[in-house]
Design a protein around this ligand. Structure first.
Ligand SMILES: [Zn+2]
Length: 293
């Protein structure tokens, strides 16, 4: 099943590369199974009620509005060599077939947005043709954060040559644009800076005809981090900044109507922020029964 949402004139489709049940502490050290089982609202939609392990999904959010088809984050990709991150290396999924089925095939996409340049957000930027990594969406402009690129182009790479196989080929093909984290793509879609997880991380806002949504990126990996913003994700580059960003984000969007679309949230992958004991929880509202199994 392909999950979709209508936000005014915009249609958003989730195309999944993979969803798994993970021990939460592999990503969020404090999210042990025992700790997760104490947070009942997460059990079912966002965590496995039997084991307290979390649902973790890798998916692209694809936005269609007017003549534009925008892909937000391109997952891990096929055939990539990823030493030190086996779960994301050497994949052979049918993600691109699902993209084509959703109407976001190689020649359909007009823009690719990477919320940040981590290995699991840039993979399908390219695919292997012979021995060469070639842009998967040759008619798209690839929007990379200027600040984000300034960081990663000099940072030592620990998960293989992510820059060389997933970013540089788009630059070499003349498809890349370095953008500010508050860039507007059109009247309905724009970026919002949400730094901390990485220095130039941004989220993606969608607003049309009074309806609102926001794609988190990795400002959090699991909705438990709205209730406990101080539960850092292991890969957060600046943990205090990431915690502050989660708080600000939850305060801003705890408004009874902005749909939160979580880039790594499994199950319904979405919900509305609601207050709970001085912080926030994510109510999957009417979306809990849209879970992919
Ligand atoms: Zn990620």
């Amino acid at each position: 099943m392909i999950q979709t949402w209508e936000i005014g004139e915009a249609k958003i489709t989730k195309v999944t590369e993979m969803e798994q049940i993970w021990p939460g502490f592999a990503v969020i050290p404090k999210a042990t199974p025992e700790a997760m089982l104490e947070h009942e609202w997460t059990l079912g939609p966002f965590a496995d009620p039997a084991t307290g392990r979390i649902r973790l999904s890798f998916h692209a959010f694809c936005i269609e509005i007017g003549d534009e088809k925008i892909v937000v984050d391109t997952c891990a990709g096929n055939d990539k060599h990823r030493p030190n991150f086996e779960a994301l290396g050497g994949l052979d999924t049918d993600f691109m077939d699902r993209m084509i089925e959703a109407g976001f095939g190689p020649d359909d996409v007009t823009a690719v947005v990477c919320t940040h340049l981590h290995v699991d957000h840039v993979g399908w930027n390219t695919h292997l043709v012979g021995d060469d990594w070639v842009p998967s969406f040759p008619k798209a402009r690839y929007l990379f954060g200027e600040k984000e690129w300034a960081h990663w182009r000099v940072e030592p790479q620990v998960y293989g040559d992510v820059v060389g196989d997933s970013i540089q080929p788009c630059i070499d093909a003349g498809l890349a644009e370095l953008v500010q984290s508050d860039m507007r793509l059109n009247d309905a879609v724009w970026l919002e800076p949400t730094p901390g997880h990485t220095p130039g991380h941004h989220s993606v806002r969608i607003s049309s005809n009074g309806a609102d949504a926001v794609i988190t990126g990795d400002l959090c990996h699991h909705p438990i981090q709205f209730q406990l913003p101080e539960w850092s994700s292991e890969p957060d580059v600046d943990k205090p900044a990431a915690t502050a960003t989660r708080r600000q984000f939850a305060e801003r969007y705890c408004d009874d109507h902005t749909l939160i679309l979580g880039t790594h949230f499994g199950g319904p992958s979405c919900g509305l922020l609601r207050p709970i004991e001085g912080s926030w929880w994510l109510d999957p509202a009417g979306f809990a029964d849209t879970v992919d199994e």
